[in-house]
Design a protein around this ligand. Structure first.
Ligand code: ADP
Ligand code: MG
Length: 355
């Protein structure tokens, strides 16, 4: 009788353990997330479309807070907004005084100089005058004369940007030099929104600042987010590949979003600081995956200009960054860490190892 009771108890305990494991495996702790309400909002900030989607309570307040932070970053780092740090620095010449900037601007500038060095000067935040001259993406877009390009080019040299850490001040040495953080500031903003989400305890969110995508956690059902990479031949919404990711950023630079066409030639917005013309690259689109959106943003622009061979060399030498490249022959190249995460919808698939 006694033995039977013990047996019975043992069976009950085993059953309980099995049921708990089953619940745990099926995502039992996430059921609270499943019922968390979804909030999605879109805004035009930093000269691009910004979309935020999150799952959680108080979504409206958290999205407001995120948009406020992005606006605040734009007000510090825009080249065109009167009174921004970058505007003041660009207007400062020839006073040759150091100007103290906001800590955020200082940090982004520091990082920008790091990537300028790393890319052998292909990424160059002092490219502002050239960007202004081409006006790509604005109503004033045109092909400048060779002399105009020559003149603007002489102001481009990141080594002439001086930073003084003691009081976070900056001086531009080059005559007429203008800073432009368009290739890196959106990445910083995405990271800052990520910080807000974490602070607010959000476990599932999707943030997209015009191609700078940041993913918090996974989808609320526990499966990875699926990010579509646009097929450059077609309009927005046509996907060439999809990448499954969670808790990562993915930043895409391409030549098919901002450009104009003249006499059958496409002039796009990523400029080569060596030639002063839109970069002639064997890349149509490059997506960088990693943990820091700021870094991935700088890297996507750098790799685009460097081209397939040197671009891959750069990514493979870095820890924690992966790339997917669509070449001008519409081939797809991915680095090792993305293996198994990509579904190609209609193209050849090359696989490149890390050596
Ligand atoms: P997007 O801003 O469209 O996402 P990128 O991150 O590649 O694309 O940044 C392109 C922007 O960066 C341009 O619009 C311009 O403001 C700036 N830019 C262009 N060429 C360079 C360059 N060689 N180095 C740094 N910034 C650049
Ligand atoms: Mg970029």
């Amino acid at each position: 009788m006694k033995k039977r009771k013990i047996n019975y108890l043992l069976i009950m305990i085993s059953l309980l353990v099995i049921i708990s494991i089953a619940f745990y495996r099926s995502g039992f702790p996430k059921t609270a997330q499943k019922t968390a309400p979804e909030k999605t909002r879109t805004n035009f900030l930093m000269n691009t479309v910004v979309q935020i989607k999150l799952y959680g309570e108080e979504g409206d307040r958290i999205i407001d807070r995120s948009f406020d932070r992005i606006r605040n970053i734009e007000e510090m780092m825009s080249r065109t907004l009167t009174g921004s740090d970058i505007y003041l620095l660009n207007e400062n010449y020839p006073s040759q005084e150091y100007i103290t900037v906001n800590p955020d601007t200082y940090k982004v500038l520091e990082r920008a100089l790091y990537f300028a060095d790393l890319s052998g000067g292909k990424f160059d935040p002092s490219i502002g005058l050239l960007v202004e001259l081409w006006g790509i993406g604005t109503a004033a877009a045109r092909v400048p004369s060779a002399e105009e390009i020559e003149r603007a080019l002489s102001s481009v040299d990141y080594r002439q940007i001086l930073l003084k850490p003691e009081n976070r001040s900056v001086k531009l040495l080059g005559e007429g030099m203008k800073l432009d953080l368009g290739a890196i500031a959106k990445g910083f903003a995405a990271d800052e929104v990520g910080k807000i989400m974490k602070e607010e305890g959000i476990e599932s969110a999707f943030v997209n600042l015009g191609g700078n995508v940041l993913l918090i956690g996974s989808k609320p059902d526990g499966t990875p987010w699926k990010i579509g990479i646009q097929d450059p031949r077609f309009n927005r919404g046509n996907v060439m590949a999809s990448i499954e990711l969670q808790d990562k950023t993915i930043v895409t630079s391409g030549n098919y979003e901002r450009y104009f066409e003249e006499d059958g030639i496409i002039y796009h917005h990523i400029l080569d600081p060596e030639t002063g013309y839109p970069a002639r690259s064997d890349i149509i689109s490059v997506s960088i995956v990693g943990d820091s959106s700021l870094d991935a943003d700088a890297l996507s622009t750098s790799v685009f200009i460097l081209g397939v061979e040197k671009g891959l060399e750069l990514i493979n030498q870095l820890e924690g960054y992966e790339a997917m490249i669509i070449t001008d022959e519409l081939g797809v190249i991915v680095t090792e860490g993305l293996k198994g995460k990509i579904t190609l919808l209609n193209k050849v698939f090359y696989f490149l190892g890390s050596d």
